[in-house]
Design a protein. Structure first.
Length: 222
């Protein structure tokens, strides 16, 4: 089963990569001729990204639940992770008029984590946030005095639905098999929990802000 799933993910990723590249060509041709149509193309590219994330998450969760996956933790320069994630979306964000703002409390921040998993988590969050934000995405990265790395992503859309926030407040309701929550959200939760230190597990939080309105995603890693 693992071989079949890995092969399927590889084929889907190749097809989505080809579609994304061709859509980029279409966007460049439409950008000046028909800006409205060009934005539709950008939205299609984002949906390709979401599908790509989902199939990768599916394989990762299968390996995790089958005991075939082991995280690789190392000391990582956190700004590099944020830069890598932002660079993937720089062109799309610029073309959609969305500003990416990064705020560091400490730009020399180094943390023990699995960089591939955390990049995948942040990529998943941004892919979804771009669908709903209006003009900006903001990162806030800080280290707390009691030993946590805090990464917050804030958009200026209409916020998370109450049902999604309530699911995270009721851990027993978050079930991959039942489909009670989105695959991406479940994946993010599992990645955070894999990070452990001094008896603490990482976790995620969802909330909404009132003024200005927007969705807030918080990642906490011990």
């Amino acid at each position: 089963m693992q071989t079949v799933m890995a092969s399927m993910v590889h084929d889907v990723k190749n097809s989505l990569g080809l579609m994304t590249n061709q859509l980029d060509t279409v966007y460049n041709r439409l950008a000046d001729l028909d800006p409205e149509a060009a934005q539709i193309v950008r939205r299609l590219q984002l949906e390709c990204g979401r599908i790509n994330n989902d199939v990768v998450h599916m394989l990762g969760l299968y390996k995790l639940q089958s005991g075939m996956f082991t995280p690789s933790f190392d000391e990582v320069y956190v700004p590099d992770i944020i830069d890598d994630v932002g660079s993937r979306y720089r062109d799309i964000l610029h073309s959609m008029g969305i500003e990416l703002i990064v705020n560091f409390d400490n730009k020399d921040c180094v943390w023990c984590l699995d960089s591939t998993l955390v990049e995948g988590l942040l990529t998943n969050v941004i892919t979804n946030a771009i669908r709903y934000t209006k003009s900006s995405l903001q990162f806030f990265i800080s280290q707390t005095e009691d030993g946590w790395l805090h990464i917050r992503i804030v958009d200026d859309g209409n916020g998370f639905p109450d049902a999604m926030i309530n699911i995270l407040n009721q851990p027993e309701s978050v079930c991959f098999q039942s489909g009670a929550t989105g695959l991406g959200l479940y994946f993010c939760q599992q990645i955070a929990q894999m990070h452990q230190h001094d008896g603490h597990n990482g976790y995620i939080e969802l909330s909404n802000r009132d003024q200005p309105p927007g969705a807030v995603f918080d990642l906490w890693l011990p």
